[in-house]
Design a binder for this molecule. Structure first.
Ligand code: FRU
Length: 506
């Protein structure tokens, strides 16, 4: 195995898991950490979301899964379904490893025109076969693209007999196919991560693939290997732009795993970026490998893996490890001459926040405002929305009787939002975990609105209607049940809205 590859695999935690493959005992249950409205598997390991597609009124979420261990191991595709993107039912495993290898990340499409010949409206999964034996033997071609299909709403799958459909030309990292129908050219387009760049392919039938072009060898962030790309159109002021998502690990803005994006044009062959500035979908440490759902009409719905390879194998939850972010609706917005990708929780998440609503208006925070009596028991599953006409320095502090605290705020001088989890509870599992993580504010208006979603061990911050996003995990030893606002420069809050999800914890 090449030294660079060894390094990248050990950074991912792959090496320990795939070579040793020891099944460690399951740690004691930590049920207080189970999220209520974020998907997490009933048990065992989960990483990237895969094959996300809307079909016959159901959202399908497949995921990288090791059903026999709490750490990354031989990859399967787990499966969950939802009618509303917030309440998920886990289904039997969809794809198992086979003689060609583990089932790595990929996508799924509805083959409405039966281009592949598996049947009209067949669900077709396009994924990477990762051959651990080839990898161990030092081959360069151990990752290849394969397909499988389902004629019963994703319940059972048949792998195509002539897999792989796209053979590796000799690139060690050759994976994570995201396929969608390119209507203008009446063909399928595959966006594939190929080590330090993206390679586009096209196909008439999902079986025969032709290389179109490459993008990004010298553009964007390259702190680590490129993974899990996605390419899709979005409209801004009546004009179509193409957005290319590229996850990288490591090399994110707050270290470790993160997802960058480019906005540009795609002509059916080549992607040309409008700007070459590196931009991030989410500045927090815990949103990785996110891509969008297929077949959702005018909605562009994104969902990521709410973790980071720096410590995903060690986070202190049991009997499962890791959850997904909430699904988010993507859009483009202009600020000055720059075009940004915005993410906001899908409306289904806002509609869920119906329980125990408290709305406070015209609050002046001079130094410290203890809201504990007005927002009793904020608890650990809630949505907080804060609006102000004049954004200035502030810190929202959630704490408990053990002195643990999570601080979320805005630093005016640095013009950045931040989440500080340095003292938010258990971080003994990784030195890479604690810290203060910041994100630039792109909005230029004095007014601001900030939505925060809490769900046990996570906060997702969407500022300025999704122009700045920060997702962070934290593991308090007791619920953070006291809420205080601090501002040395006198923040005036027009409205603070607090509501809880009307959903039972799994
Ligand atoms: C991203 C990733 C993918 C790969 C999968 C393996 O987190 O490394 O590139 O397909 O995880 O589980």
């Amino acid at each position: 195995m090449k030294k660079a590859l060894l390094l990248s695999l050990s950074l991912l935690g792959f090496l320990d898991a795939s070579l040793a493959q020891t099944t460690k005992p399951i740690p004691p249950a930590t049920l207080q950490y189970r999220p209520a409205y974020h998907f997490s598997p009933a048990k065992m390991w989960m990483n990237d979301p895969n094959g996300m597609v809307y079909h016959n009124g159901t959202y399908h979420l497949f995921f990288q899964h090791y059903p026999d261990g709490m750490e990354w191991g031989p990859m399967h595709w787990g499966h969950a379904t939802s009618k509303d993107l917030v309440s998920w039912q886990e289904q039997p495993i969809a794809l198992y490893p086979d003689s060609l290898g583990y089932i790595f990340s990929g996508s799924a499409v509805v083959d409405a025109n039966n281009t592949a010949g598996f049947g009209k409206n067949a669900l077709v999964a396009i994924f990477t076969h990762h051959d651990p034996k080839g990898e161990k033997a030092g081959s360069k071609t151990f990752q290849n693209q394969s397909i499988a299909y389902s004629l019963d709403e994703g319940k059972t799958w048949k792998k195509y007999a002539q897999n792989p459909v796209l053979k590796n030309p000799g690139i060690t990292d050759f994976r994570d196919p995201k396929v969608s129908w390119y209507e203008a050219g009446k063909k399928w387009v595959m966006t594939l991560a190929t080590k330090d760049r993206i390679t586009f392919y096209s196909s008439p039938n999902l079986k025969d693939w032709t290389k179109l072009s490459e993008f990004g060898e010298k553009l964007g962030a390259h702190g680590g290997v490129w993974e899990c790309p996605d390419l899709f159109p979005l409209t801004l002021e009546g004009k179509t732009h193409w957005v290319l998502l590229v996850s990288i690990n490591p090399g994110g803005p707050n270290s470790g795993s993160a997802t960058q994006y480019f906005v540009g044009q795609f002509d059916g062959k080549t992607f040309t970026p409008g700007s070459t500035k590196t931009q991030w979908v989410d500045y927090g440490k815990d949103d990785y490998a996110g891509v969008t759902y297929g077949n959702t009409g005018n909605r562009r719905i994104f969902q990521g893996w709410m973790s980071n390879w720096e410590y995903a194998n060690q986070v202190p939850t049991s009997p499962w490890r890791n959850a997904m972010t909430v699904p988010r609706e993507l859009a483009l917005r202009k600020v000055g001459t720059s075009v940004y990708l915005t993410s906001q929780p899908v409306k289904e998440v806002s509609q869920l926040m119906q329980a125990g609503r408290v709305t406070l208006q015209n609050l002046t925070v001079s130094q410290e405002l203890d809201l504990s009596s007005r927002l009793p028991n904020p608890g650990d599953k809630l949505q907080l929305k804060l609006s102000t006409k004049q954004l200035t320095d502030f810190a929202l502090v959630l704490s408990n009787s053990r002195g643990e605290e999570l601080v979320i705020g805005y630093d005016k001088k640095a013009n950045e939002y931040y989440v500080d989890r340095s003292k938010a509870g258990n971080s003994s599992f990784s030195t890479k975990f604690p810290g203060r993580h910041a994100a630039p504010r792109y909005a230029t208006t004095p007014a601001a609105d900030i939505t925060m979603l809490f769900d046990g061990t996570s906060v997702e911050l969407f500022a300025d209607n999704g122009l700045t996003v920060l997702t962070e995990l934290f593991f308090p030893n007791e619920v953070l049940n006291t809420l205080k606002l601090k501002s040395s420069s006198g923040l005036v809050i027009t409205q603070l809205d607090c509501a809880k999800p009307a959903l039972a914890v799994k």
